[in-house]
Write a protein that binds this ligand. Sequence first.
Ligand SMILES: O=C(O)CCC(=O)C(=O)O
Ligand SMILES: [Fe+2]
Length: 241
Amino acid sequence: MTTPVIRINPAIDAKAARDAYKRDGFVQIADIFEPHVAEHMARMIETLTYDLAFQGEEDKPVLLTQEEIRQQGQQMGQRIRNLMDRTGDNYGFLYQSYPLITAYLTGRDAGHPIHRLTEWLNAEFTAFGAFITDEPRVAKADGQLTRYRPGDFIGLHDDVGPEDSHRLTAYTLGFTRRWRSDWGGQLLFHDNKGDVSRGFVPRFNTLTLFKVPQLHSVAVVAPYAKVHRHSVVGWLRDHTP
Ligand SMILES: O=C(O)CCC(=O)C(=O)O
Ligand SMILES: [Fe+2]
């Protein structure tokens, strides 16, 4: 079977999406890919081997390969308990990640079609994002695949990264085939009273774009969720390295 070329579904009404983003600082676009393209991407996203990402001891993100996790042995459980403690007091996250740009640059999974996704993110997708957000400074996209298992989450944050991170807009491409609304895992937006103003269930073949900064979180995935929450996530950035 030939690998389909990744491209945005030509049936998308980009003008309507642009109007919605301008109005709300947020837009969700269903059926962002044609079905055969979405299926190809979902298969890659579901089958690659991921690392473990969490907020580390010095409040710096940590990424451990499966091999590194094995080497940690019993220590790993204590590190995760410490993470929960820190998250309760401050901020934390826990999920599986496949770092697209690093993988591309270091030759990880050499020859794998996932690298066509990384190239597409920095070609058609970046141009599409610049159009929808009406933000000519958008020059590139970083990205990671994320997999949330039961218990995984991201605490409350606003996506303002380190000073030099140049994040203009956050994006997610949802690849969760089925979800039930009591399985957690929603992308939640929080208002300044602590109420959740909007919550979005994980979806399949759906692009979400939202303006940075906005307070949001990913709700803890329920212990009884039957599937993993899969997406491609990252930020559209300006040209600064
Ligand atoms: O996966 C999502 O829906 C949002 C992810 C997110 O907020 C982040 O990675 O900063
Ligand atoms: Fe975020």
